[in-house]
Design a binder for this molecule. Structure first.
Ligand code: KIV
Ligand code: ZN
Length: 387
């Protein structure tokens, strides 16, 4: 078409780790059948990779990975593994039934973790990473390698380990902000620097994995995408270790709503997001806070009169995304901040047409009731109207 510039969107892969990092939230222990139920919803959501667990961690986790591997047809199924060969063997065995399998090998690269946690010299870490990746690559379709605590690691050392892992067969390199320490611009600079030092990274998928200790997991993930990351690791509802992981629904919708800025696209079917959020909340027992972005009960609720008035005239005044795109809907709860316009509309929707003095009197009674606190239920409302 003359005069139209077609810009192709860069594809971002969504790696969901709800069943692994998300399950590491205190108190969550999903049974294999529950993992399958969530994994099937993640498949409907069209994520690219489902990390089903850490097969070497426990017999239950092994069974979970095995059950998910046998249940999914589209997404790649992944299992986490330390650099120990017994972990890798367990992962490969649990993944045997997967249509496409991935072992996610990790080892820490920060001085603090190497010295205090692992008791290893940097050279030993390099060798373990190399040997583990090579071994995993001989057993499954794909190998992802993560430098745990990458953002607190020496950059040159991270670059060295990445180079070795790629040479050994890793097809995805993940540079996590394991303890949620990085700031968005700093994380972007870190990723750019490592990319510059390791040109081989252009031949594999660069992944970001951010924790939420400072509430920056989503911002850091987006900063990573901005500088070229092609895979985002996240969990439904942002569940995960400590303050959690980057929330899938927030990352996906930020990329979606602001595709004008990022020029990227995921394969996610956003209309399945609300269902996924509710299922994960139900099976993990972790409630979703009402004001949670994208999936909270109030994410598309407008109580203030000025906002309700705007919404009734044009929903774009106070909504940046159509809730129908998420399988959700707009609500205009009636409370102390609500306006006459929304009140009259709610009455009309319930068959009570009020105008003039009648409306004024009913609205006054409603406000008195609403001032007492909370949202006014429709029954109360009509009780007030007919009184
Ligand atoms: O946060 C982290 O570093 C991890 C790795 C195991 C990838 O979860
Ligand atoms: Zn993590």
């Amino acid at each position: 078409m003359k005069g139209v510039l077609f810009v192709s969107h860069r594809r971002i892969r969504v790696f969901d780790t709800t069943l692994r990092d998300g399950e590491q939230s205190p108190g969550i222990a999903l049974q294999p059948d529950e993992k399958v139920e969530i994994a099937l919803q993640l498949e409907r959501l069209r994520v690219d990779v489902v990390e089903a667990g850490f097969a070497g961690a426990s017999p239950g986790d092994f069974e979970g990975v095995r059950a998910v591997s046998g249940a999914l047809t589209s997404p790649t199924v992944a299992s986490l593994a330390r650099t120990r060969f017994e972990d890798i063997d367990a992962a490969a065995e649990a993944l045997a039934g997967a249509r496409r399998s991935r072992i996610h090998v990790f080892i820490a690269t920060s001085e603090l973790h190497m010295e205090r946690k692992l008791g290893l010299e940097p050279q030993q870490v390099v060798e373990q990473a190399r040997d583990a990746v090579a071994y995993a690559a001989s057993l499954v379709d794909e190998v992802e390698f993560s430098c745990e605590d990458a953002t607190r690691s020496d950059q040159a050392f991270v670059a060295r380990v990445c180079r070795v892992a790629i040479r050994a067969g890793a097809t995805t390199i993940n540079l996590p902000d394991t303890v949620g320490y990085a700031l968005p611009f700093e994380y972007a600079t870190f990723l750019s620097n490592v990319r510059r030092e390791v040109p081989e990274l252009r031949e594999v998928t660069l992944s970001v994995h951010c924790h939420n200790d400072l509430g920056l997991a989503v911002a850091n993930t987006l900063a990573g995408v901005h500088v070229g990351a092609e895979q985002v690791e996240c969990t439904v509802n942002g569940i995960g270790e400590r303050a959690g992981n980057a929330a899938l629904e927030e990352v996906v919708m930020a990329l979606n709503v602001r595709s004008d800025y990022f020029a990227t696209a995921t394969a996610v079917d956003t209309t399945e997001i609300t269902r996924a959020s509710q299922l994960v909340s139900q099976l993990t027992g972790y409630p979703v806070q009402p004001n949670k972005a994208v999936v909270g009960a109030n994410a598309f609720a407008h109580e203030a009169g000025i906002h309700q008035d705007g919404m009734l005239k044009d929903e774009r005044t106070y909504q940046i995304m159509d809730p129908a795109r998420l399988g959700a809907r707009t609500t205009l709860p009636l409370g102390k901040h609500s306006g006459r316009h929304a009140f009259a509309r709610a009455c009309a929707e319930h068959g009570v047409e009020l105008v003039g003095d009648e409306l004024t009197a009913a609205f006054r009674r409603f406000k008195e009731r609403a001032d007492a606190g909370g949202v006014v239920a429709l029954e109360d409302l009509f009780e007030g109207v007919s009184a």
